[in-house]
Design a protein around this ligand. Structure first.
Ligand SMILES: C[S@@+](CC[C@H](N)C(=O)[O-])C[C@H]1O[C@@H](n2cnc3c(N)ncnc32)[C@H](O)[C@@H]1O
Length: 664
């Protein structure tokens, strides 16, 4: 188990944004009302159910804790060091700029070998230097100098920046050659001591989109959760129309160019030769960093499960015919396919992902929520066989939401949305206006329904250098709109699309992350490796090891210790309010992909469970300034006491002012 530290990652929200659309409670948009109709009882029932699924920890969710909104409260005395609860993130994402660390796309565990990790980090450093150079000195324009008066800003040459990037690259290559970086990445060079730092063998995504996992179990879980929709790799050409037919459940939803393909990737049947190491092999190549390649996989289980799930679906002879026609005609599958009745365009998905990486990576997390929700809803419909039943002409999703939440068996995160559809349908609620589709969507949305949300472009903090707040917020809205347009081109489902893929909902999902995310940090085995070298007993053996490793350390510089950094959203942890004197801390275990909240002192029954969002060693004013960036004035007991003390001091000096009055 790697030591892991966690901090709250709730991104800044502006205290100026007092006119934000508050999704929680009253002011909901009609779109969100469709998904989010709830009352206090259904909110409490939901959290009680989630807590039960976590083994009934000694806490409960209360709806208004000291004016801070929902919070967690201890239901019995909790001792210092005791685990308060443990849960798994609903979604998580390694930060785009952290891609120099090779980790499992799902559980964030470091993968490969220490040598490969070092080779990959160096490849990324090389790429970064080259990118910085290209940015500073745009191609074909090397003669222009910044500020020469007649060039576009974009084409100006930043001589200082170009020089710096060039020098850094030169310095790097003075310690380690291109060939050595390549050898480390490919496994041709083994380093001493690394057998003490065994890491899981990487398992690539079955489609070869470049995502890597620590096991076929993680690959399978990710695929089933949302990756089968979000994967950017095109389906492989297939000659198995029957398998294709099984996976296609709604031919009517597919456009004319739709090709439904087998989910099994034939390339994965090949022997373990082309490993994802190849992605790094070309040290210094621009594809070396942050990308992988298809390679061997032990994901037979994943494929079997997928095939089993496909074969249980209602088969579509039309889609089978389309697939057969395409493969016999061209032998190649196109980038568009259909899963559980959801149309996916892989090329459009790649465009969405690129836009997100270039603008706001939180769009990638939002896409996970959208895809996971669509999948759960579609699978629920398929499970109940409702898909073949005629739908009511008009969807009344608000009624459906109410119907779903009023069902005694309404599911929580772990349970199937199908149960809600079945229960609601059999209880006759669906007949009263709620369609099976709306009930399925509402049930599938439930894991996110009760989270604290505000619309992203309204809630986000305004940077200090922004002069026109309205214009700034308009630009963010535009950005979200562009992102949604790209996502909608990539995944669509006429049964649920309009209720989920609309700007208000999308903005609220992105805003939900802004307000609730938890930052995760997993320390690197590369750091541990260099520490182990450093701690060797002085002598000839250490000297020999250092001769080999020191140039690598010099080349990596401070990057040798960079941890994996990620962001995650959790159902129960996201209910924990901040305190400047917190009684709990959080830690995560990449081994079982859990986050644990631990008591850092004795907590009596009835006391609120709190974490710190900021550095609480700062003095009062600085803490307030940081928390103002988070969009709230801290109401914790420490701040309340310090504010009272400050008021008392001001009062005393005001009395002193009366004395000054003696000047009269
Ligand atoms: C991660 S959420 C915590 C759960 C939230 N109270 C809810 O209703 O879901 C963070 C939000 O809770 C509120 N909050 C958290 N700690 C607070 C504090 N110390 N004082 C005032 N408001 C706080 C703020 O509105 C903040 O944006």
């Amino acid at each position: 188990m790697l030591p892991t530290f966690i901090c709250c990652d709730t991104l800044a929200t502006s205290s100026k944004a007092s006119n934000c659309t508050v999704i929680k409670g009253g002011a909901m948009s009609s779109r969100l009302q469709g998904l989010e109709t709830s009352n206090n009882d259904s909110t409490l029932a939901h959290y009680a159910e989630v807590l039960k699924s976590l083994g009934a920890p000694p806490i409960e969710v209360q709806l208004d804790v000291d004016g801070k909104g929902k919070g967690l409260v201890a239901t019995r005395d909790i001792s210092e060091g005791e685990t308060v609860f443990t849960e798994r993130p609903l979604v998580s994402l390694q930060h785009t700029e952290n891609k120099a660390q090779l980790v499992c796309h799902l559980c964030l565990r470091f993968i490969g070998t220490v040598e490969r990790q070092i080779g990959h980090k160096l490849s990324c450093l090389v790429d970064d230097c080259k990118a910085a150079y290209r940015q500073a000195a745009p191609e074909n324009d090397a003669t222009r100098v910044a500020g020469d008066g007649d060039s576009d800003d974009d084409n100006e040459v930043d001589l200082e920046g170009a020089l710096e990037a060039g020098e850094r690259l030169e310095q790097l290559y003075s310690y380690v050659s291109r060939e050595r970086i390549q050898d480390l990445s490919s496994g041709a060079e083994r380093l001493p001591l690394t057998e003490d730092f065994q890491l899981p063998h990487p398992v690539p995504c079955r489609r070869g989109c470049g995502d890597l996992y620590c096991s076929s179990a993680c690959e399978e879980e990710s695929w089933q959760h949302s990756h089968c929709l979000l994967c950017t790799a095109a389906p492989p050409a297939t000659t198995q129309p029957s398998a294709a037919a099984g996976c296609s459940s709604d031919p009517a939803a597919a456009g004319p160019s739709t090709v439904t393909a087998s989910l099994a990737d034939p390339s994965l049947e090949e022997p373990a030769a082309a490993s994802a190491v190849d992605a790094d092999a070309g040290a210094g190549s621009s594809s070396g960093c942050g990308s992988g390649s298809a390679g061997p996989s032990s994901s037979t289980t994943a494929r079997e499960a997928e095939e089993a799930s496909c074969s249980s679906s209602s088969s579509s002879s039309a889609a089978a015919a389309a697939a057969a026609e395409t493969t016999s005609a061209g032998g190649k599958a196109g980038p568009v396919e259909e899963l559980y009745g959801i149309r996916v365009d892989r090329r459009a998905m790649a465009a969405f992902a690129q836009h997100a990486r270039e603008t706001n990576e939180i769009f990638l997390l939002a896409a996970q929520v959208v895809a996971a929700t669509l999948l759960r809803a579609a699978k629920a419909l398929q499970h109940t066989g409702s898909m073949t039943a005629p739908s009511a002409p008009a969807q009344d999703s608000a009624a459906a939401a109410a119907a779903t939440s009023s069902c005694a068996n309404a599911p929580s995160e772990g349970s199937s949305a199908a149960a809600a559809v079945a229960t609601c349908s059999s209880s006759g609620v669906a007949k009263e206006g709620a369609t099976a589709e709306a009930a399925a969507l509402s049930a599938a949305w439930r894991p996110y329904q009760f989270a604290w949300k505000r619309c992203w472009w309204e809630a986000v903090a305004v940077p200090d250098d922004v002069e026109d707040e309205e214009e700034f917020r308009g630009q963010l809205r535009e950005l979200a709109s562009d992102s949604l347009e790209l996502l909608s081109a990539a995944i669509s489902d006429p049964r649920f699309g309009p209720d989920l893929l609309n700007l208000q909902v999308y903005g609220s999902i992105v805003g939900m992350f802004e307000l609730n995310n938890l930052g995760l940090s997993v320390s690197s085995p590369v750091e541990d490796f260099f520490l182990a070298v450093d701690e060797m007993e002085e002598g000839a053996e250490k000297e020999a090891v250092v001769r080999v490793t020191q140039p690598l350390l010099d080349a990596l510089d401070s990057d040798y210790a960079t941890p994996c950094e990620a962001t995650a959203f959790l159902a129960i942890q996201s209910c924990i309010n901040h305190s400047c004197d917190p009684n709990c801390t959080a830690a995560c275990d990449t081994g079982d992909r859990t986050v644990t909240v631990l008591a850092q002192r004795d907590i009596p029954a009835g006391e609120e469970i709190t974490l710190s969002y900021i550095d609480v060693s700062l003095p009062y004013k600085q803490r307030q300034a940081q928390l103002a960036d988070y969009g709230f004035v801290c109401r914790c007991s420490r701040c309340t006491a310090e504010a009272a003390a400050a008021r008392a001091r001001r009062g005393a000096s005001a009395k002193g002012g009366v004395k000054i009055g003696r000047r009269r």
